[in-house]
Design a protein around this ligand. Structure first.
Ligand SMILES: [Fe+2]
Length: 365
């Protein structure tokens, strides 16, 4: 595919950075469609300090906010460069999705919240072994989304990845539904997007932090699953339907089995609307299941402490491994290759996906 390189200058309508302001996150590119994209960066304007009267205990909290520039009128299948003139720390590039069928690559990974040294190794290996057009993060980006001190660490480690991909995150329970997440990622709790011939629905599976009462949580989940059914129904012509979220419906971690009943109850809907594959995190390991035609992949190996895979579910297990990992998906027309890769570059699982519009499948029979 021919990619025209186009430069975008982030000039109009921006508030000039004040002298004390420091960019501590991004730039990253979110909400990318064939025609639009938003470039975001995180600014620290000051730092608050709290301490005990005798000064024996001191806490610092950076004051953070996001700044962004939204671009419209873009064209499909282009790589765009962006920059703020005079600010070498605010530049990068990204691709817009191809129009219709094409070749593209994306990565899926998650649970980057702790063990920053391991998170750093995972990102370095990902950049060495992948050339993604976009990244899907399955949640638990940081250990506590409400703690502003953690986000600059996350952004520093992810810096080189974020400067070259479109970014599509999912809420994990450790984001705590915090304002920081929605501000920095400029993401709705759940949303969908298209990339070429593939459709993606990103879920908010974190009901625990979604609402204060059980009734409100049930209402929220009903609204979301109604939206998901409608969203998938409208995209039956896509060659691939992918779903991503944080909490998985099944697991090989024995003391977590049955933990997410709302996700277990969701699987018939995924089957009804012919989801190709569903990606999750939350369990810090790699797991791959095939159940009623849907591939379920758990890739929660981005840095958080590893969990055992001591009780793989019978009859559906394809591969489980207690290791850090990320997943690379290469789509070529109606075929896709999926590889799970460890930070040392070892492929621990590989499988193929057959795509195809459900309408064309029905016509063939
Ligand atoms: Fe989690």
């Amino acid at each position: 595919m021919r990619n025209t390189l186009v430069s975008l200058l982030l000039l109009a309508g921006l508030t000039p950075l004040m002298a004390a302001d420091k960019v501590v996150g991004g730039p990253l590119v979110v909400n990318v469609t064939a025609r639009t994209a938003t470039v975001v960066w995180i600014v620290q304007s000051d730092e608050a300090v709290m301490k005990t009267a005798d000064g024996s205990e001191v806490h610092n909290a950076p004051l953070l906010h996001s700044e962004s520039a939204r671009f419209t009128g873009l064209k499909a299948g282009n790589r765009y460069q962006y920059e703020v003139p005079g600010r070498p720390d605010l530049k990068g590039s990204f691709k817009t999705p191809p129009a219709g069928e094409g070749q593209f690559e994306f990565v899926v990974y998650g649970d980057t919240r702790t063990r920053h040294d391991v998170h750093r190794k995972v990102i370095a290996a990902l950049l060495e072994h992948c050339h993604p057009d976009f990244a899907v993060q399955t949640g638990d980006l940081v250990n506590d989304g409400g703690d502003p001190a953690l986000w600059p660490i996350f952004f520093e480690i992810e810096r080189d990845l974020l400067r070259q991909v479109a970014y599509y995150p999912a809420l994990g329970n450790h984001e705590r539904h915090s304002h920081n997440y929605s501000d920095f990622m400029q993401a709705a709790p759940y949303y969908s997007f298209n990339w070429g011939n593939a459709h993606f629905a990103i879920l908010d599976t974190d009901l625990g932090n979604a609402a204060p009462s059980e009734l409100a949580r049930q209402t929220y989940w009903k609204e979301q699953t109604d939206w998901l059914a409608s969203d998938l129904e409208k995209n039956q012509k896509a060659a691939f339907r992918f779903v991503a979220g944080h909490h998985p419906p099944m697991t090989a971690v024995s003391n977590r089995q049955g933990d997410n009943p709302h996700m277990i109850a969701l699987t018939p809907l995924l089957e009804q609307y012919h989801v190709t594959a569903a990606f999750f995190g939350h369990d810090h390991n790699y797991q791959h299941y095939l159940k009623n035609g849907i591939h379920y992949v758990i890739t929660g190996g981005g840095g958080a402490p590893l969990y055992d895979v001591d009780k793989p579910p019978e009859g559906i297990t394809q591969k489980v491994a207690s290791t850090e990992n990320f997943v690379r998906v290469r789509v070529d027309g109606k075929k896709a290759n999926v590889e799970a890769i460890t930070p040392d570059g070892t492929t621990i699982d590989e499988f193929e996906l057959e795509g195809g519009s459900r309408e064309s499948a029905a016509a063939a029979h």
